[in-house]
Design a protein around this ligand. Structure first.
Ligand code: SF4
Length: 226
């Protein structure tokens, strides 16, 4: 299998494609493939030339941290949860997420997700248990990894400066439903940075590795007092 990777040495350098031959296990994940290519002392590309290790990010390798979010054969996905066998023998093309600045090869700077939450003060703060029957959805919304896959496919998210996307919307819902003091403010920033611009393509829900029902968060935010 040939593995084509969109590489970029730094934030300011130009991107370029480099191809590698992969002859490792067929049941590997894409994360495993990257690890396999990088494992050798000398990294040789498909043209037989010596090159540098592929930069990419991972932590848990089991779909919990969200660090390995990339675009594989045009589909945004976690590298650790995408398997070679499911690509049906096709060659593989891996590129970094496009809505964030590239740090190195497949590593991107997703700090804007957290900065937006911080600046809008979207943190639960003092925990206030509720008796309103929303626990199941609160649990689902709280699973957000901040991986950024939903932002990759969102037609409204450009660079996170005005529209903050599904990751932000779900956290707004959590704050609004769990902290009575901050709830009003959470609804206001939700409306400003998500509610009034979201065109409801719902593509975010299709790629979300945690299957977060963002539409339900939106519906609950649109109801009075919930
Ligand atoms: S909503 Fe889903 S896709 Fe978006 S950042 Fe959270 S876990 Fe990732």
């Amino acid at each position: 299998m040939r593995v084509k990777v969109l590489r970029q040495q730094s934030l300011i350098s130009a991107p370029y494609w480099e191809t590698f031959e992969y002859d490792g296990p067929a049941d590997n994940s894409v994360a495993g493939v990257l690890d396999y290519i990088n494992y050798h002392d000398d990294i040789i590309n498909a043209e037989g030339r010596k090159t540098t290790r592929i930069g990419w990010e991972c932590s848990c390798l089991q779909g919990v941290c969200g660090a390995c979010a990339v675009v594989i054969n045009g589909t945004p996905a976690l590298a650790c949860e995408t398997f070679v066998r499911d690509l049906k023998g096709r060659d593989m093309e891996i590129r970094p997420l496009r809505k964030f600045p590239v740090i190195h090869d497949l590593k991107v700077d997703r700090s804007s997700i957290h900065e937006n939450l911080k600046q809008a003060d979207v943190y639960i703060g003092e925990y206030q248990p509720t008796q309103d029957g929303n626990h199941a959805h609160q649990y689902a919304a709280a699973k957000c990894l901040k991986c950024g896959l939903c932002l990759e496919v969102c037609p409204n998210y450009v660079n996170g400066r005005t529209f903050f996307g599904a990751a932000f919307a779900n956290d707004c819902y959590l704050v609004a439903s769990r902290n009575r003091t901050k709830g009003g403010r959470a609804r206001a920033v939700y409306a400003e940075h998500f509610g009034k611009t979201c065109s409801k393509s719902l593509s975010c829900m299709e790629v979300c590795p945690m299957k977060i029902p963002t539409l339900a968060s939106m519906a609950k935010m649109n109801r009075k007092g919930k």
